[in-house]
Design a protein around this ligand. Structure first.
Ligand SMILES: NC(=O)c1ccc[n+]([C@@H]2O[C@H](COP(=O)([O-])OP(=O)(O)OC[C@H]3O[C@@H](n4cnc5c(N)ncnc54)[C@H](OP(=O)(O)O)[C@@H]3O)[C@@H](O)[C@H]2O)c1
Length: 368
């Protein structure tokens, strides 16, 4: 990415203390000359900077250049993003683009608990961007589509049978609607929906607490079974690079209001089992669900299995096929190719999650 990108000289980034935001910050520092204003929770600018640096180090991204970062202590859930009015106005006057990745990402909480951050926070972000007509990139999710048969591409609306059922999906959808309305009113704004995001394709660094996919994998170490359900995962470093390239490259990037990022090749559970190197079988969905229920009833069960109803519901509930025809064409134009998520990379993820203690040490040595 060059200086002549559409993001301009001053980018406001939210969520940079989190997983995807940390990689967005890293790519922005690496690929642009912009000053990056990072709005994050913290009492002082120094505290925010320390949290940003900790996130870079957690994901093996090195030490960021503090002279390029403007830490902004704030809170998406608070009026005016938790900023004094003069600071809000000053920021609104300075920023040329906003990358809004911050959100409360929680599949268990009801929407009323997520509204303030995910919906009101997005409204405040748009108010700030609108003052100076700054471009807005809203990082969204395939979770805006609820469990239903069919397909969902960039032009499909998450409504009717496809409307989200989780509070998280509902609040991200409500955020999208605000962004798309602002776009209709003339703000240069876009929605980038990401499907499942996996660890860094180079280092294997994953979210330290795993996500629901790795919870499911961890449960297999107790139950001995994985469901025969392929899964598409996009490595986080590629997701961050693609988000920036699609939105920042004049002429060749995103042309419509919505983009979809989804790895074209699904990973088969047999590959995951092989990467684990443990005695785990891949079984039909109903057999897997019955085995999980059986284990969940045992008093000594792994506490992870308390999340069993959610896991079963999510795997058995079905999803529309998440498709990305327009975005795939745009990525081709940009010369960007999804890195393979194959046995060596899955092995890296497993080793990394073992090193953090999220997955237990192997029972027997893998031959793979
Ligand atoms: N991970 C995935 O597989 C995935 C897939 C599709 C889309 N997404 C989207 O990607 C974005 C980032 O997700 P993630 O996986 O990186 O989540 P994450 O690791 O949980 O990060 C969330 C970020 O949002 C910040 N945040 C939450 N509430 C806030 C508040 N009230 N004020 C200020 N900041 C707040 C968090 O700050 P703290 O550090 O202070 O908590 C953190 O920096 C989200 O918009 C999500 O919808 C994620």
């Amino acid at each position: 990415m060059t200086e002549s990108n559409r993001l301009g000289s001053d980018v406001l980034l939210t969520g940079a203390t989190g997983f995807i935001g940390a990689f967005l910050l890293h790519k922005l520092l690496e690929g642009t000359q912009a000053r990056i204003h990072c709005l994050a929770r913290g009492e002082t600018a120094e505290a925010v900077l320390r949290r940003l640096q900790a996130a870079q180090s957690r994901y093996g991204l090195g030490t960021p250049d503090p002279s390029r970062i403007v830490p902004v202590p704030g809170d998406l859930a608070a009026p005016a993003l938790g900023l004094a009015r003069s600071r809000f106005d000053e920021l609104a006057g300075a920023v040329t683009a906003v990358l809004h990745s911050g959100a409360e990402v929680n599949l268990l909480r009801p929407s009323r608990m997520l509204q303030a951050t995910n919906v009101a926070g997005t409204r405040e972000i748009l108010r700030l961007a609108g003052a100076g007509k700054a471009a807005v990139v809203y990082v969204s999710t395939s979770e805006v589509f609820g469990p239903a048969d069919g397909t969902a591409d960039e032009s499909t609306s998450p409504e009717g049978a496809l409307q989200p059922v989780s509070g998280y999906g509902q609040t991200k959808r409500a955020g999208e609607l605000l962004v798309l309305r602002a776009r209709e009113d003339g703000l240069p704004a876009a929605v980038l929906r990401l499907d499942r995001v996996a660890g860094d394709s180079r280092s294997g660094a994953c979210q330290p607490d795993g996500d629901d996919f790795w919870l499911l994998v961890r449960s297999a170490l107790t139950t001995g079974v994985l469901p025969d359900a392929p899964v598409n995962m996009t490595p986080v470093d590629f997701a961050a690079e693609a988000v920036l390239a699609l939105t920042a490259t004049p002429g060749t990037g995103l042309t419509g209001p919505v983009a979809h990022l989804r790895h074209p090749r699904p990973v088969r559970m047999a590959e995951v089992a092989a990467a684990l190197g443990e005695p785990v079988s891949v079984v039909p969905l109903d057999e897997w669900a019955a085995t999980l229920r059986h284990h969940g009833e045992r008093p000594d069960c792994d506490p992870i299995l308390r999340l069993l109803p959610l896991m079963v519901e999510r795997v058995l509930g079905g999803r529309p096929r998440f498709l990305a025809p327009l975005t795939t064409t745009a990525l081709d134009r940009l010369g960007l190719r999804y890195p393979p998520v194959d046995t060596p990379l899955l092995g890296k993820y497993v080793r990394q999650l073992r090193s953090t203690g999220f997955l237990p040490a192997p029972i027997r040595t893998s031959t793979g």
